[in-house]
Design a protein around this ligand. Structure first.
Ligand SMILES: Cc1cc2nc3c(=O)[nH]c(=O)nc-3n(C[C@H](O)[C@H](O)[C@H](O)COP(=O)(O)OP(=O)(O)OC[C@H]3O[C@@H](n4cnc5c(N)ncnc54)[C@H](O)[C@@H]3O)c2cc1C
Length: 310
Protein backbone atom coordinates (compact mmCIF):
# COMPACT_ATOMS: atom_id res chain seq x y z
CA UNK A 1 0.00 0.00 0.00
CA UNK A 2 1.26 3.51 -0.80
CA UNK A 3 2.41 5.41 2.27
CA UNK A 4 0.55 8.63 3.16
CA UNK A 5 2.03 11.58 5.06
CA UNK A 6 0.85 15.04 6.03
CA UNK A 7 3.81 16.75 4.39
CA UNK A 8 6.45 15.54 1.95
CA UNK A 9 9.63 17.60 1.76
CA UNK A 10 11.78 17.46 -1.36
CA UNK A 11 15.36 18.22 -0.28
CA UNK A 12 16.73 17.63 3.20
CA UNK A 13 19.27 20.37 3.65
CA UNK A 14 19.16 23.73 5.46
CA UNK A 15 15.63 24.69 4.36
CA UNK A 16 14.04 21.23 4.15
CA UNK A 17 15.31 19.86 7.47
CA UNK A 18 14.32 23.06 9.26
CA UNK A 19 10.79 22.79 7.85
CA UNK A 20 10.67 19.17 9.03
CA UNK A 21 11.66 20.25 12.55
CA UNK A 22 8.64 22.56 12.85
CA UNK A 23 6.29 19.86 11.57
CA UNK A 24 7.82 17.21 13.81
CA UNK A 25 7.19 19.45 16.81
CA UNK A 26 3.51 19.44 15.80
CA UNK A 27 3.67 15.61 15.69
CA UNK A 28 2.74 15.60 12.02
CA UNK A 29 3.78 12.77 9.72
CA UNK A 30 6.58 14.08 7.52
CA UNK A 31 8.72 12.38 4.91
CA UNK A 32 11.92 14.16 3.84
CA UNK A 33 13.71 13.01 0.68
CA UNK A 34 17.30 14.01 0.08
CA UNK A 35 20.09 13.27 -2.38
CA UNK A 36 22.82 14.58 -0.05
CA UNK A 37 24.28 17.31 -2.22
CA UNK A 38 23.77 20.78 -0.61
CA UNK A 39 24.82 23.68 -2.80
CA UNK A 40 27.86 24.51 -0.69
CA UNK A 41 29.10 20.90 -0.57
CA UNK A 42 32.30 21.93 -2.36
CA UNK A 43 33.26 24.28 0.49
CA UNK A 44 35.14 23.04 3.55
CA UNK A 45 33.45 25.66 5.73
CA UNK A 46 30.25 27.69 5.76
CA UNK A 47 30.62 31.27 6.99
CA UNK A 48 28.18 33.89 8.18
CA UNK A 49 25.89 31.34 9.79
CA UNK A 50 25.29 32.58 13.35
CA UNK A 51 26.48 30.08 15.94
CA UNK A 52 28.09 27.93 13.24
CA UNK A 53 30.50 30.35 11.57
CA UNK A 54 33.30 28.43 9.83
CA UNK A 55 31.89 24.95 10.42
CA UNK A 56 31.64 22.37 7.65
CA UNK A 57 28.26 22.35 5.87
CA UNK A 58 27.95 18.60 6.56
CA UNK A 59 28.57 19.18 10.26
CA UNK A 60 25.74 21.72 10.49
CA UNK A 61 23.36 19.43 8.59
CA UNK A 62 24.33 16.43 10.72
CA UNK A 63 23.46 18.45 13.85
CA UNK A 64 20.02 19.33 12.45
CA UNK A 65 19.46 15.66 11.58
CA UNK A 66 20.38 14.69 15.14
CA UNK A 67 17.79 17.17 16.44
CA UNK A 68 15.20 15.69 14.09
CA UNK A 69 15.83 12.17 15.35
CA UNK A 70 13.94 13.13 18.55
CA UNK A 71 10.68 13.39 16.57
CA UNK A 72 9.29 9.95 15.69
CA UNK A 73 6.79 11.23 13.12
CA UNK A 74 9.61 12.53 10.89
CA UNK A 75 11.39 10.17 8.52
CA UNK A 76 14.35 11.10 6.35
CA UNK A 77 14.93 9.04 3.19
CA UNK A 78 18.11 9.05 1.10
CA UNK A 79 17.12 9.30 -2.54
CA UNK A 80 15.57 11.53 -5.16
CA UNK A 81 12.02 12.60 -5.77
CA UNK A 82 11.59 12.37 -9.52
CA UNK A 83 8.01 13.46 -10.04
CA UNK A 84 5.07 15.27 -8.45
CA UNK A 85 1.42 15.03 -9.48
CA UNK A 86 -2.03 15.50 -7.99
CA UNK A 87 -3.44 18.37 -5.97
CA UNK A 88 -3.88 19.70 -2.47
CA UNK A 89 -4.68 16.96 0.07
CA UNK A 90 -3.66 14.26 -2.44
CA UNK A 91 -0.27 14.90 -3.99
CA UNK A 92 1.52 11.88 -5.44
CA UNK A 93 5.31 11.86 -5.37
CA UNK A 94 7.49 9.47 -7.30
CA UNK A 95 10.64 8.58 -5.41
CA UNK A 96 13.59 6.28 -5.86
CA UNK A 97 11.97 3.82 -3.47
CA UNK A 98 8.36 4.04 -4.66
CA UNK A 99 5.33 6.32 -4.53
CA UNK A 100 4.10 8.38 -1.59
CA UNK A 101 0.93 10.40 -1.05
CA UNK A 102 1.14 13.74 0.77
CA UNK A 103 -1.44 16.37 1.72
CA UNK A 104 1.12 19.17 1.39
CA UNK A 105 4.50 19.42 -0.33
CA UNK A 106 7.50 21.62 0.42
CA UNK A 107 10.03 22.00 -2.39
CA UNK A 108 13.45 22.65 -0.86
CA UNK A 109 15.73 20.99 -3.41
CA UNK A 110 17.92 24.04 -3.98
CA UNK A 111 19.76 25.06 -7.14
CA UNK A 112 22.52 23.60 -9.26
CA UNK A 113 25.34 25.87 -10.42
CA UNK A 114 26.74 25.43 -13.93
CA UNK A 115 30.09 27.17 -14.13
CA UNK A 116 31.54 28.75 -17.29
CA UNK A 117 33.45 26.11 -19.29
CA UNK A 118 37.00 27.12 -18.35
CA UNK A 119 39.64 24.47 -17.81
CA UNK A 120 40.43 24.04 -14.12
CA UNK A 121 37.59 26.19 -12.79
CA UNK A 122 35.31 23.41 -11.55
CA UNK A 123 38.16 21.88 -9.52
CA UNK A 124 38.63 25.19 -7.71
CA UNK A 125 34.94 25.78 -6.91
CA UNK A 126 34.48 26.41 -3.20
CA UNK A 127 38.27 26.55 -2.70
CA UNK A 128 39.71 29.55 -4.55
CA UNK A 129 36.83 29.94 -7.09
CA UNK A 130 34.30 31.70 -4.88
CA UNK A 131 30.71 32.80 -5.26
CA UNK A 132 30.23 35.40 -2.52
CA UNK A 133 32.44 37.83 -0.56
CA UNK A 134 30.29 37.59 2.57
CA UNK A 135 30.71 33.80 2.63
CA UNK A 136 34.40 33.53 1.75
CA UNK A 137 35.94 37.01 1.36
CA UNK A 138 37.23 37.36 4.91
CA UNK A 139 39.47 34.31 4.49
CA UNK A 140 41.26 35.91 1.50
CA UNK A 141 41.25 39.55 2.61
CA UNK A 142 44.35 41.61 1.86
CA UNK A 143 45.44 39.21 -0.88
CA UNK A 144 45.26 39.42 -4.70
CA UNK A 145 41.59 39.01 -5.64
CA UNK A 146 39.91 38.83 -9.02
CA UNK A 147 36.48 38.78 -10.56
CA UNK A 148 35.37 36.79 -13.57
CA UNK A 149 33.57 39.70 -15.19
CA UNK A 150 30.44 38.77 -17.09
CA UNK A 151 29.26 42.32 -17.73
CA UNK A 152 28.99 45.65 -16.02
CA UNK A 153 27.79 44.18 -12.66
CA UNK A 154 31.38 43.04 -12.11
CA UNK A 155 32.32 46.64 -11.37
CA UNK A 156 29.95 46.68 -8.37
CA UNK A 157 31.62 43.58 -6.94
CA UNK A 158 35.04 45.11 -7.72
CA UNK A 159 34.21 48.27 -5.83
CA UNK A 160 33.05 46.26 -2.80
CA UNK A 161 36.12 44.06 -2.78
CA UNK A 162 38.49 47.02 -3.29
CA UNK A 163 36.85 49.03 -0.50
CA UNK A 164 36.58 46.39 2.21
CA UNK A 165 38.58 43.28 1.28
CA UNK A 166 41.77 44.00 -0.69
CA UNK A 167 43.87 46.75 -2.31
CA UNK A 168 44.70 44.33 -5.14
CA UNK A 169 41.59 43.62 -7.22
CA UNK A 170 41.50 42.68 -10.90
CA UNK A 171 38.42 42.50 -13.10
CA UNK A 172 38.79 40.04 -15.97
CA UNK A 173 36.39 41.20 -18.70
CA UNK A 174 35.48 37.64 -19.66
CA UNK A 175 32.17 38.10 -21.50
CA UNK A 176 28.91 40.05 -21.27
CA UNK A 177 28.09 43.70 -21.98
CA UNK A 178 30.27 46.54 -20.77
CA UNK A 179 29.40 50.25 -20.59
CA UNK A 180 31.60 52.90 -22.26
CA UNK A 181 32.56 54.26 -18.81
CA UNK A 182 33.92 50.90 -17.60
CA UNK A 183 37.58 51.91 -17.76
CA UNK A 184 36.89 55.22 -16.02
CA UNK A 185 34.94 53.42 -13.27
CA UNK A 186 37.69 50.86 -12.78
CA UNK A 187 40.30 53.63 -12.48
CA UNK A 188 38.09 55.57 -10.06
CA UNK A 189 37.61 52.49 -7.87
CA UNK A 190 41.33 51.62 -7.98
CA UNK A 191 40.87 48.22 -9.62
CA UNK A 192 42.80 46.71 -12.53
CA UNK A 193 40.84 45.86 -15.68
CA UNK A 194 42.00 43.12 -18.08
CA UNK A 195 40.20 43.02 -21.46
CA UNK A 196 40.73 39.35 -22.22
CA UNK A 197 38.69 36.21 -21.46
CA UNK A 198 39.92 33.65 -18.94
CA UNK A 199 40.91 30.40 -20.67
CA UNK A 200 42.71 28.34 -18.04
CA UNK A 201 43.06 28.10 -14.26
CA UNK A 202 45.53 25.93 -12.33
CA UNK A 203 45.96 25.61 -8.57
CA UNK A 204 49.02 27.41 -7.16
CA UNK A 205 49.67 27.39 -3.43
CA UNK A 206 46.38 28.21 -1.73
CA UNK A 207 45.15 30.10 -4.80
CA UNK A 208 45.36 29.72 -8.55
CA UNK A 209 47.24 30.94 -11.59
CA UNK A 210 44.83 32.32 -14.18
CA UNK A 211 45.76 32.42 -17.86
CA UNK A 212 43.94 34.81 -20.20
CA UNK A 213 43.31 34.44 -23.93
CA UNK A 214 45.91 37.12 -24.71
CA UNK A 215 48.61 34.89 -23.13
CA UNK A 216 49.03 36.95 -19.95
CA UNK A 217 48.51 35.47 -16.51
CA UNK A 218 47.96 36.48 -12.89
CA UNK A 219 47.87 34.88 -9.46
CA UNK A 220 44.67 35.03 -7.46
CA UNK A 221 43.89 34.01 -3.90
CA UNK A 222 40.18 34.24 -4.71
CA UNK A 223 38.40 34.46 -8.06
CA UNK A 224 34.80 35.58 -7.56
CA UNK A 225 32.34 34.40 -10.15
CA UNK A 226 28.85 33.23 -10.87
CA UNK A 227 27.65 30.62 -13.29
CA UNK A 228 24.13 29.76 -14.36
CA UNK A 229 21.58 28.24 -12.02
CA UNK A 230 18.75 25.79 -12.50
CA UNK A 231 16.45 23.89 -10.17
CA UNK A 232 18.38 20.96 -8.70
CA UNK A 233 15.38 18.65 -9.20
CA UNK A 234 14.71 18.78 -12.97
CA UNK A 235 11.00 17.88 -12.69
CA UNK A 236 10.28 21.15 -10.80
CA UNK A 237 10.66 23.12 -14.06
CA UNK A 238 7.76 21.12 -15.50
CA UNK A 239 5.29 21.81 -12.69
CA UNK A 240 4.13 25.09 -14.20
CA UNK A 241 4.89 27.05 -11.02
CA UNK A 242 5.29 30.83 -11.33
CA UNK A 243 8.92 31.87 -11.65
CA UNK A 244 10.93 35.05 -11.92
CA UNK A 245 14.23 35.45 -13.72
CA UNK A 246 17.21 36.32 -11.50
CA UNK A 247 20.68 37.32 -12.72
CA UNK A 248 21.77 33.68 -13.01
CA UNK A 249 18.52 31.84 -13.73
CA UNK A 250 14.88 31.35 -12.75
CA UNK A 251 13.62 30.99 -9.19
CA UNK A 252 10.19 30.14 -7.76
CA UNK A 253 7.88 32.94 -6.70
CA UNK A 254 6.31 32.43 -3.28
CA UNK A 255 3.96 34.33 -0.98
CA UNK A 256 5.01 35.66 2.43
CA UNK A 257 4.05 32.20 3.75
CA UNK A 258 6.18 30.47 1.09
CA UNK A 259 3.19 29.24 -0.94
CA UNK A 260 3.94 28.77 -4.64
CA UNK A 261 1.42 29.42 -7.40
CA UNK A 262 -0.17 25.99 -6.78
CA UNK A 263 -2.35 25.43 -3.71
CA UNK A 264 -0.71 23.09 -1.20
CA UNK A 265 2.78 23.37 -2.71
CA UNK A 266 5.20 25.42 -0.63
CA UNK A 267 8.84 26.17 -1.44
CA UNK A 268 11.79 27.21 0.70
CA UNK A 269 15.46 28.09 0.47
CA UNK A 270 17.63 28.99 -2.51
CA UNK A 271 15.03 27.82 -5.00
CA UNK A 272 12.87 30.79 -3.96
CA UNK A 273 15.57 33.48 -4.22
CA UNK A 274 17.69 35.09 -6.96
CA UNK A 275 20.70 34.49 -4.68
CA UNK A 276 20.83 32.70 -1.36
CA UNK A 277 22.84 31.96 1.75
CA UNK A 278 22.24 29.51 4.57
CA UNK A 279 20.49 31.70 7.14
CA UNK A 280 17.54 32.79 4.97
CA UNK A 281 17.17 29.14 3.89
CA UNK A 282 16.83 28.19 7.56
CA UNK A 283 14.29 30.99 8.09
CA UNK A 284 12.37 29.89 4.99
CA UNK A 285 12.22 26.40 6.46
CA UNK A 286 10.57 27.75 9.61
CA UNK A 287 8.03 29.74 7.60
CA UNK A 288 7.24 26.96 5.12
CA UNK A 289 7.05 24.32 7.85
CA UNK A 290 4.70 26.28 10.10
CA UNK A 291 2.60 27.51 7.16
CA UNK A 292 2.26 24.02 5.72
CA UNK A 293 1.17 22.82 9.15
CA UNK A 294 -1.43 25.56 9.61
CA UNK A 295 -2.69 25.09 6.07
CA UNK A 296 -3.74 21.57 7.08
CA UNK A 297 -6.21 23.30 9.42
CA UNK A 298 -7.05 26.42 7.41
CA UNK A 299 -6.19 25.88 3.73
CA UNK A 300 -8.05 29.05 2.73
CA UNK A 301 -5.56 31.16 4.70
CA UNK A 302 -2.66 30.02 2.51
CA UNK A 303 -3.74 30.77 -1.06
CA UNK A 304 -1.34 30.25 -3.96
CA UNK A 305 0.46 33.38 -5.06
CA UNK A 306 -1.19 34.91 -8.12
CA UNK A 307 1.25 37.63 -9.11
CA UNK A 308 4.93 37.79 -9.82
CA UNK A 309 6.74 40.21 -7.59
CA UNK A 310 10.01 41.85 -8.64
C1 LIG B 1 30.46 27.12 -3.30
C2 LIG B 1 29.41 27.68 -2.38
C3 LIG B 1 29.76 28.06 -1.10
C4 LIG B 1 28.78 28.60 -0.24
N1 LIG B 1 29.17 29.03 0.99
C5 LIG B 1 28.25 29.57 1.82
C6 LIG B 1 28.65 30.06 3.09
O1 LIG B 1 29.82 30.03 3.46
N2 LIG B 1 27.68 30.59 3.89
C7 LIG B 1 26.37 30.67 3.51
O2 LIG B 1 25.54 31.15 4.29
N3 LIG B 1 25.98 30.22 2.29
C8 LIG B 1 26.88 29.67 1.45
N4 LIG B 1 26.49 29.21 0.22
C9 LIG B 1 25.06 29.23 -0.13
C10 LIG B 1 24.37 28.01 0.50
O3 LIG B 1 25.03 26.83 0.04
C11 LIG B 1 22.88 27.94 0.13
O4 LIG B 1 22.27 29.20 0.40
C12 LIG B 1 22.17 26.86 0.91
O5 LIG B 1 22.80 25.60 0.71
C13 LIG B 1 20.70 26.78 0.50
O6 LIG B 1 20.06 25.80 1.27
P1 LIG B 1 18.82 25.00 0.65
O7 LIG B 1 18.34 24.13 1.76
O8 LIG B 1 17.86 25.93 0.00
O9 LIG B 1 19.43 24.14 -0.54
P2 LIG B 1 20.66 23.13 -0.55
O10 LIG B 1 21.52 23.33 0.64
O11 LIG B 1 21.28 23.27 -1.89
O12 LIG B 1 19.98 21.71 -0.39
C14 LIG B 1 19.13 21.14 -1.33
C15 LIG B 1 19.06 19.65 -1.01
O13 LIG B 1 18.09 19.04 -1.87
C16 LIG B 1 18.65 17.83 -2.38
N5 LIG B 1 17.97 17.49 -3.63
C17 LIG B 1 18.15 18.03 -4.86
N6 LIG B 1 17.33 17.45 -5.75
C18 LIG B 1 16.61 16.52 -5.07
C19 LIG B 1 15.59 15.60 -5.44
N7 LIG B 1 15.12 15.51 -6.69
N8 LIG B 1 15.07 14.78 -4.49
C20 LIG B 1 15.52 14.86 -3.20
N9 LIG B 1 16.50 15.71 -2.80
C21 LIG B 1 17.02 16.54 -3.72
C22 LIG B 1 20.14 18.13 -2.52
O14 LIG B 1 20.93 16.95 -2.55
C23 LIG B 1 20.41 18.96 -1.26
O15 LIG B 1 20.75 18.16 -0.16
C24 LIG B 1 27.43 28.73 -0.68
C25 LIG B 1 27.09 28.34 -1.97
C26 LIG B 1 28.06 27.83 -2.83
C27 LIG B 1 27.68 27.50 -4.24
Amino acid sequence: MTDTVDVAIIGGSFAGLTAALQLGRASRRVAVFDTGRPRNAASAAAHGVPGWDGRAPGEILAAIRRDLAAYPTVSVHEGAVTGLDGKIDAFALTTATGAIIARRVIIACGMTDTLPAITGLAEGWGKWALHCPYCHGYEVKGRPLSILGRGQMALMMARMLRTDWSADVTVIAHDGDWAPNTEADAAAFGVTLRWSPLVHAAPEGDGARLTLADGSDLFTAGLFLHGETRFAAPFVAGLGLATLQGPTGPYLVTSDFKVTSRAGIFAAGDITRPAGVVTPALADGVIAGTAAHQSLLWPERFPPITESRP
